[in-house]
Design a protein around this ligand. Sequence first.
Ligand code: ZN
Ligand code: CA
Length: 377
Amino acid sequence: MRGFTLIQTERLLHEFLELVKIDSVSGQERSICDALKGRLAALGLTVYEDNAGGAMPEATGNIVARLDGPQSGPRLLFCAHMDTVEPGRGIKPVVGAEGTVTSEGETILGADDKAGIAAILESLRIVIDEKIPHGGITVAFTVREETGLIGARSLDPSLKATYGFVLDATGPPGDIVVRAPSQDKIAATVHGRAAHAGVNPEAGINAIYVAARAIAAMNLGRIDAETTANIGVISGGKAINIVPDTVYLEGEVRSLKKEKRAEHTALLCGIIENTAREAGTRAEIYTELLYDGFDLQEKAPVVQVAVHAAIRCGLAPSLTQSGGGSDANILNARGIPTVNLATGMENVHTTRERIRVVDMVDLTRLVIEITRSAGMF
Ligand code: ZN
Ligand code: CA
C-alpha cells in the first residue's frame, strides 16, 4: 500500500478554499480558531486552546490537539500557523483552469499557511480512516506567527514530541528546511541638539546627519553566505527650519552562525555609538535576540524521516536553508527537533500569492507518509 493512499483532492481543495475565506490576519484569529477546533474535535482529537493570546476575552490562543497512537513509536508534532499578513480580508480564491489557486488580485491568498493547515487536516482524516499505525500525533495551529512567532513562543513548555514538522516553507513539496538563521533586532535613538536652522545652526547638532553618517559607514545587505544585515526603519525631524534633535532607527542582523550574528550586531551598534560620540552627542541603543536559529544534520532522525517519506512519495527531497524564522526556530529551541516542510506556496506576502493543487496533494501525501514511517527511524 506504500505511497498509494488516495488523497481526496476535491475534499482537500474544498477545505483549503473554505479556510482562506475565513479572515485571520494576525491577532484576529478567533473565527478560524473556532472553525479548526470544531474540525479537529470532529476527527476525534483531544483539542485544547491555550492562552497565548492573553487575558482579553476576544484574544485567541494556539490550538494544541492530540491523537493517541495505536502503537508505540515516536510522537509526531505537525505545526502550521493560523494567521495571515495583510491585505488578508475578504479573500476570494480563484481556481484557474491549470489547477493553480490565486486570490482575485486585491488580497493575498493565504496559502501561507492555510495550505499547511489543509494538508494536516486531510492527512489526519486519511490516517484515521485507513487506521494507519503511528505512535501519536500532536497538532499545533499557532497564532501571530507573522508578527514575530508570538504564538509559538507561548506554546505550553511541557509540549513534547519526538519529531516536529512545520508546514510553512516556500518551494516545492520535498524541499526540507534544515537550517535557519537566528535574528537580532536593533533599535537606536540618535540624539542631536535642536537649533533654529537659519538663525543659529552653529548651536545645533543635526541628528539626521549623524544617523546618516553612521548608516553610510555600515556594512549592510549580504555580509556573507550565512549572514545578512539591514536598516529598515528611519524616522526623525520636525520641520525644515529646525536642526533635528532626534532620529530613530531600526534594523536587524541574521546569521546561520550565532557568533557571526552577535559580532555583526555589535559592530553596527559600535558604529552608531562612535559616530554619535565623534559628533559630540550620544545614541541610545537597544538590541534583542528575536529568535534562535537551528542547524540539523542530514543524519538527524527527523531529517531522515522527512527525506525517506519524500522519496516514498516520489518527491525529490532537497535539504535547504531558510533566510528567515518560522515556528520551527521556536520548536527547535524548545528541544523538539523540527524541520520546516515546503508547501508549494509561491509569491507569499503579495497579492500574486498562489499554490498549485497538485502541490497541496503532494504535501498531504508527504504528511501521511511521515506518519506511516516515522517509527522506522
Ligand atoms: Zn507562513
Ligand atoms: Ca509568512
